[in-house]
Design a protein around this ligand. Structure first.
Ligand code: NCD
Ligand code: ZN
Length: 343
């Protein structure tokens, strides 16, 4: 197959940043995706309904004319999130989930949760009003090896929460290991997972080919080849528990090429094309629409998109860097090529 037309996809996990940085990256997503679940980890985290609605307004006003993109907002869970705040979020109709970051796990997670048990009131309210919990599924205990963070999270954090809140809906975000794939497959339908393009395309060697590659550094960190193979199987399986979430996370070039560089890979410039590469290379393009356009809305109880996109198997060059407000950012495959193109 050299061409595929499919229902327009959605990105179920995206970092848009704010202000001029957001203006720089938003068109890449809005050209490809109808909707995106917008992460709340701004430098001042989005912890209230009021802040989320104001952020949504800023995104909508920054949209280039003619693009009907819809931002789906999330709330940043803290130790102090109240049941009232959860209910306000639900009633707004604009906030579709609550995001859990373990304190200190990743970019702007300092106000993240120190122990999920402290959030019982919020989690109970979410369970009651049907607002899903999105988890950054890693523990940050200093004694845990960085490559084991996800597995230990499953045992010590996720399982107890699922047991304690039997009706809470959970999305295990950007899963990276075979353990996570197996876990999600074994749980009831209320647990789903997103998978990024970069975790499908790269294993951890990609961080060290010929030298240190800071643009392949992200959280959760890239894993082993056997993990990547498990993710590919899950994405291609047609199982509705798995859907697309790019976790595209733009950082200025200087913030990544640094003595203590930021985590995050920018993929929105090829946000659907990179997935087409993987599905195409495995002769599974017929499974792409489910993964990218159908499973997500089904999980969140949202309508399917009405229009379609067409992708063609044509190679195009990715620039070495692109403008990012007063700096630049280095996109995924910078200076290389992508094998599918959006018509
Ligand atoms: C994200 C960011 O930069 O906001 N970084 C990343 O490596 N994925 C945060 C996150 O999702 O962990
Ligand atoms: Zn993320």
């Amino acid at each position: 197959m050299h061409r595929i037309t499919m229902i327009r996809p959605d990105d179920w996990h995206l970092h848009l940043r704010d202000g001029e940085h957001m203006r720089a990256v938003l068109p890449d997503t809005a050209k490809r995706f109808a909707r995106a679940m917008v992460m709340p980890n701004l430098s001042r985290p989005v912890t209230t309904t009021e802040a989320a609605l104001a952020y949504r307004e800023r995104i909508v006003s920054a949209l280039p004319p003619g693009l009907a993109f819809q931002p789906l907002m999330t709330l940043y869970l803290t130790d102090n999130t109240t049941a009232d705040e959860i209910r306000r979020a639900r009633q707004s109709g604009m906030i579709h989930a609550v995001k859990y970051y373990p304190a200190g796990a990743t970019t702007n997670s300092d106000s993240g949760v120190t122990a999920l048990v402290k959030c019982e009131t919020a989690l109970a309210a979410m369970e009651e009003c049907g607002l899903p919990l999105l988890v950054h599924g890693e523990v940050t205990f200093p004694e845990v090896d960085i490559f084991d963070r996800e597995k230990i999270f499953i045992d010590r954090m996720l399982l107890p929460v699922l047991q304690k809140f039997p009706r809470l809906r959970v999305v295990f975000e950007h899963i990276t290991t075979r353990d996570a794939v197996r876990f999600v497959m074994a749980t009831p339908a209320r647990v789903a997972a997103t998978i990024t393009a970069h975790h499908l395309l790269l294993n951890r060697n990609a961080m060290f080919i010929g030298g240190m590659r800071p643009h392949h550094y992200c959280m959760p960190i890239l894993k082993r080849e056997e993990d990547r193979q498990a993710l590919i199987q899950a994405a291609l399986s047609g199982n509705p528990k798995f859907f697309l979430g790019t976790d595209s996370a733009p950082h200025a070039r200087g913030a990544k090429e640094a003595a203590c560089g930021c985590a995050g890979v920018y993929t929105s410039h090829a946000g659907i094309e990179l997935y087409a590469e993987i599905f195409g290379s495995r002769d599974a393009l017929d499974k792409l629409e489910g993964f990218a356009s159908l499973h997500g809305p089904a999980f969140y109880g949202l309508p399917r998109n009405q229009d379609t996109i067409t992708l063609v198997k044509e190679t195009w060059d990715v620039p070495k860097e692109v403008p990012f407000h007063e700096e630049t950012l280095v996109p995924f495959r910078a200076g290389g090529t992508v094998g599918w193109r959006l018509l």
